[in-house]
Design a protein around this ligand. Structure first.
Ligand SMILES: [Mg+2]
Length: 236
């Protein structure tokens, strides 16, 4: 039986990865004239993941990684104007209005009548707060948690603070690594919203998934069906 439902935000409630892919295209355009090879650009993911320990997740980490890789691979040849251009790409990402997926408002409206909802998102505090405000979805949630990492310990701490039993918690999110596996580890129930390509760092391959507590859906409309399926299976 579950009593609370958690939602991830980026790429679950609203668009996110598309902006990173578009920014990367701009990065390639700017750096191509310095002879950066496709291999150098392919290393970008590794570089950014390595930098998480210093900068955490989010646009600021992404931009600092772009600047670092550009300086390193041009042996310092990149001009300050081009660096300014990279910084501007980041500012554009940070100030963009949120594009909530079609069907999300209806889904949250429906579920929030029956369950307390909690938003659990990771990344830059300031940017996440801005996106939550811009989305217009804040009032559907009883609580909002912005964290720097989504590990079992972090989930455990959040659930403890709200006096939620892990096995009475259902989490919905697009990332196996951040939204699904840690919650399954704690004994919770999960709906994996496998909506599109996920950043390689988040697309961790699953070990054996407990199928009685895990459901994959491809469309927003199917999330409600999956919730009902869990309700019908005695987990509710
Ligand atoms: Mg996400």
């Amino acid at each position: 039986m579950f009593e609370w439902i958690g939602f991830d935000a980026d790429d679950t409630l609203w668009k996110n990865s598309e902006y990173y892919l578009a920014a990367r295209e701009e990065f390639i355009k700017i750096t191509q004239k310095y002879g950066l090879s496709a291999g150098d650009i392919d290393r970008f993911d590794d570089f950014e993941i390595e930098n998480i320990q210093y900068y955490g997740y989010g646009v600021m980490s992404f931009i600092l990684s772009m600047i670092e890789i550009a300086i390193e691979h041009t042996q310092g040849e990149i001009t300050s104007l081009d660096i300014q251009h990279l910084v501007q790409i980041g500012k554009n990402m940070l100030s963009k209005d949120v594009e909530v997926y079609d069907g999300i408002e209806e889904l949250l409206n429906d579920l929030s009548i029956r369950y307390p909802l909690i938003l659990i998102t990771k990344g830059d505090l300031f940017h996440q707060q801005r996106k939550i405000k811009s989305s217009g979805l804040k009032n559907f949630f009883k609580s909002v948690e912005i964290v720097s990492e989504k590990s079992p310990a972090v989930y455990s701490d959040i659930l403890d603070r709200h006096a939620i039993n892990p096995d009475r918690f259902l989490m919905v999110g697009n990332s196996l690594r951040s939204d699904i596996l840690p919650v399954l580890d704690l004994g919770g129930i999960t709906i994996h919203f496998a909506n599109h390509l996920t950043w390689s760092h988040e697309a961790k391959s699953p070990k054996e998934l407990p199928l009685d507590r895990y459901q994959e859906v491809k469309r927003i409309e199917d999330v409600l069906e999956a919730v009902k399926k869990f309700e019908g299976s005695g987990l509710r």
